[in-house]
Design a protein around this ligand. Structure first.
Ligand code: TYD
Length: 134
């Protein structure tokens, strides 16, 4: 899918003197049925995550805490998102290669996914991915 199908989704954010509350309602805010949630944390300084594309899976990444960069390419265009806002989610569509890097200390990346884990849904070889999309 082209990069134009990726997007930032804004979630309702309630702020008062007691702090912030963000809520995500599957049926109202997520363009797929959530089958899995996972999170990345304690990523050591300088380590990278991602380094793959999915064949069918759609997912939404949220910087629940801290910040990190998401570099995306569809083989044609590249885009970089700096995620640092817990009330925003980045929708990544199928056949978009992602590299996650520059995790701040104490950052947490929450992921909501449209499918349960399936290694067969991954392209982990960049050249193989490029051959599929070009
Ligand atoms: P991977 O998707 O490559 O992680 P990241 O994109 O964050 O760098 O997965 C890393 C390992 O964890 C890999 O061996 C598969 C396993 N894994 C699961 O077993 N279940 C899951 O839901 C996820 C996301 C990964």
């Amino acid at each position: 899918m082209p990069l134009s199908t990726t997007s930032l989704i804004k979630f309702p954010h309630l702020l008062d003197r007691r702090g912030s509350l963000v809520f995500v309602e599957g049926i109202n805010h997520i363009p797929f049925d959530i089958k899995r949630v996972y999170y990345l944390y304690d990523v050591p300084t300088g380590q990278k995550r991602g380094g793959h594309a999915h064949k069918e899976l759609r997912q939404i990444l949220i910087a629940i805490s801290g910040s990190f960069e998401v570099h995306l390419t569809d083989g044609n265009k590249n885009v970089q998102y700096n995620l640092n806002n817990p009330s925003e989610g980045l929708l990544i569509t199928p056949m978009v290669w992602r590299d996650l890097k520059n995790f701040s200390s104490n950052s947490v990346c929450l992921v909501m996914a449209s499918e349960i884990y399936d290694e067969n849904d991954y392209h982990r070889d960049y050249n193989e991915f490029i051959q599929k999309v070009l």
